[in-house]
Design a protein around this ligand. Structure first.
Ligand code: GLC
Ligand code: CA
Length: 558
């Protein structure tokens, strides 16, 4: 049986707001994306994922949707989108949309209706509760920690509270409501009719909340406010969630044969399989956070091996997963896991090698293909990310100085990933002729696409080769993964073996040279190098070999 397209795909994530601005208003837009499609084609990506481009008040940059069937005017029109879709398809690239249906914007007409009266036909689309002892219905905290920190907001019109896991302006939808489910199916089918190839499901593990909304008994964490406790378990992987996803599959995804990838908050190699095993008819794949840059700030070879070998089991058992280190919610991978100061290009290439040669579908986040780095702004005013702001005010309330708070939060801010794309060395990095909505990373004069393409150590060109390799070597998609332990613990060494071939990958995850002692089992075999991030002769794979800092090599068994 041949592989479904998404197993062979390389997905590129576009954060439209920060990608390319065509009209000088400082906001990236669809026409800007269209101008850059040839560059994505050249890179070799086969699928684009758009983070939300729907009509939105932009409280959370589009993850607060006010109209699920239209494009935000800042990005263009529905017609622009249809043109883009056609253009992408004519270039053999698929397009998948972000679906944000854990919550909507409070400006969505459903919510506008819902809040009007207790007997409004839309009342049950959201989660409403009366006060408990004159206070919030329970002690759950919201992730963005606005105002008093509660996940409930009092609404005067009906004298009840509504529930919001995220921003106050992002009320949670009620998946227990049958009419709501039907609306979502219709809306998704409408996008499929328009021609989209699949969906990325935002925080899908959080659609089902703990029945009865009991108080959490978890202790308040250092950033929790006023006794409202952020307890992800109350709304993550709660019983009933599989039924919701299965119904989505039955009514939309499976029925129409579109690709799905779920954002797996709280998904680990232990609980992933039921979401992604084909027999379950839920999702094609999930992405997990166990390697994501931000959740962790460093990644050792041992940790990498440990997590990858366990996820490889999920795949070996019939599931599928995403390979990525960063996205719009993370920091920049080269700053977190590589050495952005001394070996930026080498370490960016090494990290890419790991993502593109381990089992699963690689997702590239805009800018990683030129090695974009983290940024640090001086003032909280320059930050936009809701987590950074919420955590900042919590820290200030608890006595931190602004400098302390920013130093702590900057390395983890999602704004690291959201600064505008660095196209060239001109003002605002060539992103816009106007004033960018979020400041450009001052590193742009050194780090930009134009400069990268002229460099002997071009990261972009390296990504091209990696992506091209996937098309030629079936072991990358199909091969079993086997790790070998090396004496030098900074070295990662593994093979990928399918019926047709064996690939071998070796990588030195450190800024120091390393000595590779080839394991007994692999000695005497003949290997031919097919990819390197190092301008030197291929290390001979016999006995002991020196590896340079951040060197990565890919071989095929001759
Ligand atoms: C997901 C998105 C993130 C957003 C959140 C709420 O985690 O990736 O950007 O803030 O959901 O929609
Ligand atoms: Ca614009």
């Amino acid at each position: 049986m041949s592989n479904p397209w998404w197993k062979n795909a390389v997905v590129y994530e576009i954060y439209c707001k920060s990608f390319a601005d065509s009209n000088g208003d400082g906001i990236g837009d669809l026409k800007g994306v269209m101008e850059k499609l040839p560059m994505l084609k050249e890179l070799g990506v086969t699928c684009i994922w758009f983070t939300p481009i729907y009509t939105s008040p932009q409280v959370d940059n589009g993850y607060d949707v006010a109209d699920y069937r239209n494009i935000d005017p800042a990005y263009g029109t529905l017609e622009d989108f249809q043109n883009l879709l056609q253009m992408a398809h004519s270039m053999d690239m698929k397009v998948i949309m972000d679906v944000v249906v854990n919550h909507s914007s409070d400006e969505h007409v459903w919510f506008q209706e819902s809040r009007k009266s207790k007997d409004n036909p839309y009342r049950n689309y959201y989660i409403w509760k009366p006060a408990k002892d004159g206070k919030e219905p329970n002690n759950w905290g919201s992730y963005f920690r606005e105002e008093n920190g509660s996940a409930w907001k009092y609404d005067e019109a009906t004298g009840e509270y509504y529930f919001h896991q995220y921003a106050i302006k992002m009320p949670d939808l009620n998946w227990d409501c049958k009419e709501l489910r039907e609306e979502i199916y219709d809306m998704l089918n409408w996008w499929i009719d328009l021609g989209v190839d699949g969906f990325r499901l935002d925080v899908f593990t959080r659609f089902q909340k703990t029945p009865g909304f009991p108080d959490t008994t978890k202790k308040a964490g250092p950033l929790d406010r006023n006794g409202f406790v952020v307890d992800h378990d109350m709304c993550t992987n709660v019983e009933g969630i599989h039924e919701i996803i299965h119904e989505l599959n039955r009514n939309v995804f499976g029925k129409r044969g579109v690709m799905t990838v779920g954002e797996g908050s709280g998904v680990t190699y232990e609980n992933a399989l039921p979401y992604v095993h084909p027999d379950r008819e839920e999702l094609n794949m999930v992405y997990h956070f166990q390697l994501a840059a931000r959740v962790r700030t460093s990644l050792s070879a041992d940790q990498f091996r440990d997590i990858q070998s366990k996820w490889a089991q999920v795949i070996a058992n019939g599931g599928w997963a995403v390979q990525y280190l960063s996205n719009h919610d993370s920091a920049r991978q080269v700053s977190c896991y590589g050495d952005a100061t001394n070996y930026r290009e080498e370490s960016a290439m090494l990290l890419a090698t790991l993502m593109h040669t381990t089992p699963g579908t690689p997702f590239v986040y805009q800018g990683e293909e030129i090695g974009m780095t983290n940024v640090k702004f001086d003032s909280i005013e320059d930050y936009n990310c809701c987590y950074t702001k919420g955590d900042y005010y919590s820290m200030i309330q608890k006595g931190a100085t602004p400098e302390e708070a920013i130093s702590t939060l900057a390395p983890r801010s999602r704004d690291n990933a959201r600064t505008p794309y660095q196209w060239n060395g001109s003002e605002h990095a060539g992103f816009t002729t106007g004033k960018p909505w979020l400041k450009v990373n001052p590193a742009y004069e050194e780090i930009n696409l134009e400069k990268d393409l002229q460099s002997e150590k071009s990261i972009f060109r390296y990504y091209q080769k990696l992506i091209a390799m996937r098309k030629e070597h079936p072991a990358i998609t199909e091969g079993d993964l086997k790790f070998y332990l090396c004496e030098d613990r900074d070295i990662v060494l593994y093979t990928r073996t399918c019926e047709k071939e064996t690939l071998l990958v070796v990588a030195n995850m450190s800024s120091k040279p390393a000595t590779l002692t080839l394991p007994e089992e692999l000695r005497g075999e003949k290997f031919k190098r097919i990819l390197t991030n190092c301008a030197k002769n291929a290390p001979a794979l016999d006995g002991r070999t020196q590896l340079q800092p951040w060197e990565s090599e890919v071989y095929v068994k001759a």
